[in-house]
Design a protein around this ligand. Structure first.
Ligand SMILES: NC(=O)c1ccc[n+]([C@@H]2O[C@H](COP(=O)([O-])OP(=O)(O)OC[C@H]3O[C@@H](n4cnc5c(N)ncnc54)[C@H](O)[C@@H]3O)[C@@H](O)[C@H]2O)c1
Length: 481
């Protein structure tokens, strides 16, 4: 059952009698209706009445309506207005552009804009690589979507996807100092998306693809990687794969197993499942069995598309067929990126001793984590109200920080694995236990560790750019002296 949380948080402006018991009546009414009070502020007080702002967390929109009705039903109490605090956060958008340079007088203008800027333009025209040091390209990422797979809500279109992309941009800035900008495209045509991203690429040091539905997302990413000289990263695929790999590494430490001895079942072979399987294969598990809505993926299964055929060719050595329940029998690890409530507690009971269950379907996991805990040694979900939250924010800010710092032109699987190891290693041996296999998203060591690991791997892989051009650096120093 959902519990009241800040995602459904309301503030009610309430007029009440100035009696001694009025405040108690209000808070009792909210509590009885199942709301959790987070603030109580008196905004007006006279001998005749009291006006208060009462903030409370609810479980859902309809539950918030019930809380309001419970307060309104009190004698001589009137709810004047209800504000949805989540909507208030989004009013006018969540990010803005700020100038980094002073624009106080004519001198400032002449340097930041014309005529001074002309010399900088000419320098870049002579040496296009200078754009990486003399423009926002150095620190800016495009967050590109077509709005076809927004959160778990499906195809909402580009405008409705914008609040998510703005949020992503805010996280990029907060956790890694990366300037990210939402680019919501009004097309679902693969060729148009590829061409449009290619046309806007000069401004950006990296492309973060977001919430683009499978299987189109695979072709868009792979074609853009070939076309562009900046890294292209689909977070729903690789961000998830990085965090899952890091979490699995620590979960295996907790149960004392080596991945090379483990049979891993991956439920869901969409954007997330495909990338997870690909990254796990680099780590040489004993076997992986992929399962989708039609059952186990195996070489003889008819009607598979190219992605599924590639997965089938690289997995399921034991040629297991049938249902998810059949696949998990004896398995060491279950990773779900598929659909809610498709794994039963009795299925987990048939897994190997010290089983690991990552049930990541959002918002409702493949199995209730409490039911899974009855038979598994380590359980993780995508939810913030259980331990071991597998959250992509552990990966993407640091990944792009590292890519931008290294001026990387590409991103490789070795860099994704380095990021996964970095996340795992932020959890010290003393901290590690079954309820703490990944660090907190607010641990500021995470993005720094991931960035350093990605930048180091970029250099080792030969995809890092040249160090900042000495000529432009000298010019910049000369200006400030
Ligand atoms: N960090 C996280 O917690 C995290 C990250 C990424 C995705 N997810 C969740 O994973 C799920 C999948 O995301 P995606 O982007 O890969 O979606 P997707 O639509 O690309 O793929 C969904 C896959 O699940 C399979 N599937 C659907 N119903 C199934 C069923 N009843 N039994 C078995 N397989 C079934 C489909 O065949 C498909 O292979 C979503 O719920 C998403 O929210 C969580």
């Amino acid at each position: 059952m959902a519990i009241p949380g800040p995602g459904y948080s309301i503030t009610m402006r309430i007029q009440a009698p100035p009696s001694a018991g009025a405040a108690g009546d209000l808070t009792t009414a909210v509590g009885r209706a199942g709301g959790v009070i987070t603030a109580f502020d008196v905004v007006e007080s006279t001998a005749q009445r009291m006006v208060v702002d009462l903030s409370a967390n609810a479980q859902s929109g309809p539950h918030a309506d019930e809380i309001r009705a419970a307060v309104d039903a009190l004698p001589d109490v009137h709810v004047r207005k209800v504000s949805d605090r989540t909507f208030l956060v989004h009013l006018g958008g969540k990010i803005e552009i700020a100038s980094k340079v002073p624009l106080r007088n004519r001198d400032d203008l002449s340097r930041a804009y014309t005529p001074g800027v002309a010399r900088v333009c000419q320098a870049i025209a002579e040496n296009p690589d200078d754009a990486r040091s003399l423009t926002i390209k150095r620190n800016t990422v495009a967050v590109v979507t077509d709005g076809t797979a927004v959160l778990g809500l499906g195809n909402l279109g580009p405008a409705a996807a914008l609040p998510v992309m703005e949020g992503k941009a805010a996280l990029f800035k907060k956790f890694a100092g990366v300037d990210a900008w939402p680019v919501c495209l009004d097309t679902t045509d693969t060729e148009e998306i590829i061409r449009t991203v290619q046309l806007i690429a000069p401004v950006y040091g990296g492309i973060n693809l977001e919430d683009i539905a499978a299987p189109r997302c695979f072709e868009i990413e792979s074609r853009l990687r070939d076309l562009l000289d900046i890294p292209v990263f689909h977070d729903d695929q690789h961000g998830t794969a990085i965090v899952v790999s890091g979490a699995l590494r620590n979960a295996l430490r907790v149960v004392g197993k080596d991945i090379s001895d483990c049979r891993i079942v991956v439920s869901g072979v969409g954007a997330a499942g495909n990338a997870i399987i690909r990254l796990l294969l680099h780590q040489n598990p004993a076997d992986i069995i992929a399962v989708d809505i039609e059952g186990c993926v195996h070489r003889d299964r008819p009607g598979m598309d190219r992605n599924l055929a590639e997965v089938a060719a690289a997995t399921n050595k034991a040629a297991v067929t049938g249902t998810l329940a059949q696949a998990v029998r004896g398995a060491d690890v279950f990773i779900g990126v598929s659909a809610p409530n498709i794994l039963k507690a009795e299925d987990v009971a048939t897994m190997a001793d010290d089983a690991i269950v990552f049930a990541l379907a959002n918002p409702d996991p493949e199995i209730d984590p409490l039911a899974a805990q009855a038979h598994a040694a380590v359980v993780a979900t995508g939810r913030s109200d259980f331990p071991n939250q597998i959250n992509n924010v552990l990966a993407f800010p640091g990944v792009f920080r590292g890519l931008l710092d290294a001026q990387a032109r590409d991103i490789t699987d070795a860099m994704l694995l380095a990021a996964a190891d970095a996340i795992a290693n932020v959890v010290s041996p003393e901290q590690l236990n079954a309820s703490f296999i990944v660090p907190s998203v607010f641990d500021d060591r995470v993005a720094k560790a991931v960035a350093a690991a990605v930048a180091g791997a970029a250099t080792r892989q030969g995809v890092a750019g040249d160090p900042v051009d000495e000529r432009t650096q000298t010019a910049a120093v000369g200006e400030t002296v």
